[in-house]
Design a binder for this molecule. Sequence first.
Ligand code: GTP
Ligand code: MG
Length: 200
Amino acid sequence: MKITKAIFKCSSERISQVPKDSLHDVAFIGRSNVGKSSLINMLTQHGGLAKVSSTPGKTRLINHFLINDAWYLVDLPGYGYARTSKQLRGSFAKIITDYIFKCEKMHFLFVLVDIRLEPQKIDREFISLLGENGVPFGIIFTKADKLSAAQRKASIARYEAYLKEEWEELPPRFVSSSEKQVGRDEILDFIDTCLKTGAE
Ligand code: GTP
Ligand code: MG
């Protein structure tokens, strides 16, 4: 898929505010600072579209970006960010669970994980929750530029070993680097198929 047009549509504090049209959402989620907003900018080739910051917790709202006038790319708040009130810190913020479980626009979810880290407790909890609720999702390993090819391979194998403990069939997986523009074609082609065929 080629992205010819990418525009910011709106930021929502709650799901009653998301766009009311019938276009599908493809959303990105993961721990704060994992690189969600950077990936959205890389995929759309639009440097300043989603706000990037080295301070975790930058994205607090549900941000909709309209792509090719046909579907939405959605930047979700990061989870696991502790410098907020106790209520927000709770395992997953209500804004996230409402969106993922109740929003009918939500068509496919990419869970981003830092390729350097072993499976983190909060990601495992989140992925289990998706499984229990039958939410269609894939995994994107981010910041691949931070590891050598051999380290990447080892890290992905470690992650797949964990996934195999939980899943008979592994979810689709992608390797990305927003810094080095890696993974763009694979992710966009997958989204293309996913939007055409419907989520599995
Ligand atoms: P929140 O909105 O706070 O949840 O963070 P986020 O997941 O949107 O992360 P963001 O895209 O803002 O990136 C966080 C930091 O990681 C920034 O300093 C980015 O420059 C850096 N970063 C993101 N992607 C990459 C990557 O592929 N490679 C490298 N080396 N750094 C990256
Ligand atoms: Mg962000």
